[in-house]
Design a protein around this ligand. Sequence first.
Ligand code: ZN
Length: 311
Amino acid sequence: MNKVNATSNGFKCLLCGEEGGYDTIKLKTRNSDHHIVRCKVCGLQQLFPLPTVDEDKEHYDSNPHDRQTTPEFGIEELYKKFEYPNQYRVDYLEKDIGIQKDWKILDYGCGYGFLMEMLLKRGYDVKGCEISEDRLNVIRNRQGNLDRIYTFNLLETGTEIPKELEGRFDCVLSFHLIEHITSPVLFLKKLKGLIKPGGYLLMEMPNISNILMELSPEFNNYNYIRDHVAYYTPELMKSLCEKAGFTVILQKGVQIYGIMNNMNWAINGKPQLTAPSYVAPKCIRWLEDYFKKKVNDDITSEFMYILAEKR
Ligand SMILES: [Zn+2]
């Protein structure tokens, strides 16, 4: 358990910048003694106190997220676990976003490069950017080299994008990264520098308006994790992109886990961690289809995406 010293001093909302006070939502997260507080001005829930850059570096160098959820830390198992979610993402990138084969695409924070591999196989011109040594080693093993990978770090204040990459990309993708970032407006302004005028930013992240927050007290506790410094609603995510100077084009829910997984949380108070169900048995597929369409349209799904254009 990560011990921290939370005092009432030093609160500043990482989205609106106000220091006007907060309500405490949780006294600890699932894996640390940080508090979760909600800004009285804009309503953003955030970790408190916020980790420093050094604390984050130490935390992420130990790669706790994956070592915790995958005991054996087998990469092939991890690839298989993410095959369905990544296929789901490829589908919406093609059908909703309309990504094109002649676009230059960057997956910023590409992790192990699994989604990148899928996009490359389908003929897209995609590069990645990753800073974690663990993940870079995996990419080197799977792709044979790091030729398609950049390693510049935009997370620290004071760092800038490489000059030669300014305005280079038609579309920058960022999956499950923004919720880890303590200066999100600044970070998005930097990403904007990589995009061509009229180009796009596509981000996917967890959704605090997820119906499970209400449906399952166990999920509600499980959801808060030291790694996530901010918990966005669809409205707050839109506001963030606008603060960084983007025009928001489209927002939609991303419900990857199936209704059986949600029911497990609601009834048994736990997920299906080892064998998650993404698609319900055929006899109740109609229910699954209705459920996914409904939560995706309302953005009350587990995750959500936002498509924004560089003005
Ligand atoms: Zn605020």
